[in-house]
Write a protein that binds this ligand. Sequence first.
Ligand code: GLY
Length: 354
Amino acid sequence: MQTIALSDYTIYVGPIETGWQEFLTRKKYTQILVIADENTQTHCLPLLIRALNGQAFDLIHIPAGEQHKHIGTCQHIWQQMLNVGLDRQALVINLGGGVIGDMGGFCASTYKRGVDFVQVPTTLLSQVDASIGGKLGIDFGMVKNSIGVFCNPKAVFIDPAFLTTLSTRELRSGFAEIIKHGLIQDAAQWATIKGISQLDTVDWPKLIVPSLLIKKHVVEVDPFERGLRKALNFGHTIGHAVESFALETSEPLLHGEAIAIGMVCEAWLSQQQGFLSTADLEEISAFFIQIYGHEVLDEANFAAYLHLMGNDKKNEGKKINFSLIGAPGQVHINCSADADTIFASLRYYQQLAG
Ligand code: GLY
C-alpha cells in the first residue's frame, strides 16, 4: 500500500481493504451510503463489500453514462439520501468512474450543506484525474461540468484490481491523462511513456503513482484553477469540443480518445507559437497516432467545434483559452488562438492519417 498525503486528505494506492482499515482509524461514521451504477454494482461492488468486512451500508443505484450526469439524477440521489435518513455524520462512498465521482461528490457536498464522501475510482481515467483535486459537478445546458463546486473528498482509494474490469479501449482512454501529466510537468515520465507500444503489457501502478504526484503538485499549488491548474487543460480546449460533438452522434468518443486528438492539435499550436520544437511535435504526434490510431474529422464540422470551444468555461471574455506545452515537462498557460489557426491545427491532425 502506498499513501500520498495531500493537505486535507490521503490517496491510498493498493488493495482497498488495507486503505479502508487505515482510514476508519481516523473517524467513525454513523452510516455508510454507496453510490454505484449498473456496471460498478456488478463488477466493483463485490470488492468493496469485502473491504467493508460486514459493515452495513445503503446503496443508491444510478444509470451509467455521461448522459445521466444531470440535475434529474441528482434529484434522485438527494431523494434517496432523504429516504434512508442520511444524517450529517454519514459517509458517502462514490464507487465508479468520473461521472459517479463528480456527481456523487456534488450531491454529498450539497446535501444538508455537506456530508463527508470518499472517492473509489474504478476507471483508469478517474484514478489518475477526476478523483483528485476536488472538482465536482454536473453537465447543464449542453455544457460539460457547468454547474459544480470545489470540495475535497475525505480520502481516495485507488485499487489497481478495478482495472482488470476494464476494456483495452477504456484503459487507453485513461492513458491519455497520464500522457498529459508527463507532457506538462515531468519530462522523465514522458520519456518512460513514449517507450510504450503495447497497452496490454503496461504495469499501470508504476505509471499511476508518478501521475498522481504530478496532479497532487498542481492542485496543491493552485486548488481553484487561477494559475498552474490551468496546465491540466492541455488538449482539452479542442478535445472537449470534439468529445461534445461526437457525443451527439452515433459514434461517441471516450474522453481520452477526444483529448488525444486535442493534444495533437494543441501541440501543433504550441509549435506555431514557438514553444515546442518541430522534432518534439513530430515525436508527440507519432506517439498519439501509434496508440490511438487516427480519427477522421469532417471539415464541415469545424465551425461547430469552434462554437463549442466558445462555450468552454475555461475562456475569459471572448478569447478561446489554451494551455500549451513547451519542451516536454513545460507548460504555457493563458494562450489564445484565432479561428483560422484553430482550423489549421485541426487540418494538421487530419493530414496525419496514413
Ligand atoms: N481535470 C482537470 C482538473 O482537475 O483540473
